[in-house]
Write a protein that binds this ligand. Sequence first.
Ligand code: ATP
Ligand code: MG
Length: 411
Amino acid sequence: MKDLVPPQSADWLAVETTLKNILASYGFEEIRFPIMEFTQVFSRSIGDVTDIVQKEMYTFDDRNGDSITLRPEGTASCVRAVLEHNLLHQRAQKLWYMGPMFRHERPQKGRYRQFHQLGVECLGLAGPDIDAELIFLTAKIWRAFNLNSLRLELNSLGTSDERAQYRNVLSSYLEDFRGELDDDSLIRLEKNPLRILDSKNPDLKNVIAGAPSLLENLGEESKDHFHKLQALLDSAGIAYVINPRLVRGLDYYSKTVFEWITDELGAQGTVCAGGRYDGLVEMLGGKATPAIGFAMGLERFIELVASGADSDQSNADIYLLGADERFSGVALNLADTLRDGLPGKRIQVHCGGGSMKSQFKKADRSGAKVALILGGQEIESGEVTIKPLRSDEKQISVKQSECVGALSALT
Ligand code: ATP
Ligand code: MG
């Protein structure tokens, strides 16, 4: 679990702000829900034989003896909240959330125990139009941040009936390789053999590569859905690779699944992953409702964004200083007037006294482009001296009441 400190915290804030604006431009609305739930919200929806439920959840009994879990992902909580507030009554929902998730994993680059996701969930829409729009949205995000190393992998998992059939085909294939399977996979072979396709064990690579493909076992409706999605992506020039081994980590997916992957982050290259989960709402007690969503790992995303740019080390645009004992009384008030008149500018008032020399040093270190000097003389005459710190321009003195105008011309 990581602390986030300046200047990196400014990178995060900037990224989050841009993401929120893009989401709003697609008509998505924010939903917030608690960072913990009754454990069964996750165990029922994510699936018993997933990594998350088997070994990654932070689960504890609270003081009432209720089993509580810190959220390892957002979809289950989001659906729980949507049902609790009856948001699906006569309308579909396009929702997003951003915040910390918790998984007890082996920490390494790009894999942490508290990490952050942007999650997007669309409930009540059967696709493939909305499937395509979600992928358009992710592609828009990459463009907004000038990222071009991400590639899209796409698959269809079909309906639950089709998966059940495929499960038999896959099981009989895997039975022949029983001796090569690891302990996890042997359990999965009994409970949910599809999950073996998602194994990270390199020794199973060949077994997995030779497995029969789910795509060949899709029914007409699922095939049609998948083809229409591809046509919509083609129409936007969004390139993709069909990966028949892509099954995703969670049990609740159906039909469309996708991942955006980069080679620029080392082993943890999946930045964004999502898919359709038509069965989940009913599983959590609602009416059968089609749904699709994705989650983007913000640590991986920001690492990718920041690798191309330097963090802004400055924390001020304008720095007010002065050694007169009346300084604070005048400066704190003038600064507030400036904040009203110069929206968006970062204005710092020197606090803590000290010599003019040491105050100028601090002004310089803040990165400010301009220092405003309020010495004894200025305070007497109701003026302020404007001193550019990053250019050779001369300093000027103006009436404090005309300071906004003079600064807008300058900064
Ligand atoms: P993986 O196969 O890498 O464990 P996952 O299938 O568990 O991924 P999801 O549950 O689909 O991942 O989460 C969506 C995204 O959230 C991932 O693609 C990744 O970017 C990010 N993510 C997941 N787990 C972590 C983690 N422990 N630390 C940082 N980011 C993570
Ligand atoms: Mg995982």
